[in-house]
Design a protein around this ligand. Sequence first.
Ligand SMILES: Nc1ncnc2c1ncn2[C@@H]1O[C@H](COP(=O)(O)OP(=O)(O)OP(=O)(O)O)[C@@H](O)[C@H]1O
Ligand SMILES: [Mg+2]
Length: 266
Amino acid sequence: MKRVVFNQKGGVGKTSIACNLAAISAAMGYRTLVVDLDVQGNTTDYLVGDIDADAFPAEAQGVAGLYRQTVGSRKMRKNPDSFVWETPYEHLFLLPSSPVLSEMEKELESRYKIYKLRDALQKLNDEYDRVYIDTPPSFNFYSKSALIAADTVLIPFDCDSFARQSLYSLLDNIGELQEDHNPELEVEGIIINQFNSQARLPGELVAELETEGLPVFKTYLNSSVKMKESHRDHRPLIDLAPSHKLTGQFLDLHTELEKAAARAAA
Ligand SMILES: Nc1ncnc2c1ncn2[C@@H]1O[C@H](COP(=O)(O)OP(=O)(O)OP(=O)(O)O)[C@@H](O)[C@H]1O
Ligand SMILES: [Mg+2]
């Protein structure tokens, strides 16, 4: 089961959601792979801290290493798993990002490498029970590759009126990609993040989405400073604060996702 977390709007919670759902999935015993396709590398930093760049030459590592070999000699190709890192958390693995991804993008695009991530992840189908893909805040080569590679897309929504406007162009872009490249891709749902039940606007915005028939998950994620602490300490919430309210909401959301996946598979 491969899920991509995508919204072309920045700062809506893609990284926070991908990493925390993945960490819960791993804590439940699923072998879980996180793929960091954002050149900012926030997921990589969140899960494994700052990496010594000299010890780990970026172009040979992670997503960049995986793509690098698609433009190199065919004889030298390694199994995609050799680019995967362990994390400090049991059952949780990472295909890290790298700053070189931004230089590589034009070449990969011009050489039609848009299906290579899908092919690589298919080779790992037996290795990982769950895959979560974090994407950059733009509809670029990497996020398109992720939407082509994934079974479903999760859309974080941060409850402001600009977010609502951009949601429609986002759904149009996803629709076009489904039509052209991945008809099987399912919009699994919209995740309400940084919800503030005291204010009127967020509740109204979410009610409008529901009225329009958009698939909104029942569990909303509140805003909490614990999230920032969790990023700072490089510890997902399930590890840093297992009894915190926001962690409980992530657990509920994870249960919702797994139940829906089980129903779909039945
Ligand atoms: N539920 C939450 N409560 C409090 N802070 C949050 C929550 N979700 C996200 N944040 C904070 O909002 C900021 C943006 O979150 P995050 O990096 O996950 O978003 P993103 O969509 O991945 O951003 P980008 O588009 O830059 O990749 C971070 O500082 C994060 O700590
Ligand atoms: Mg991010």
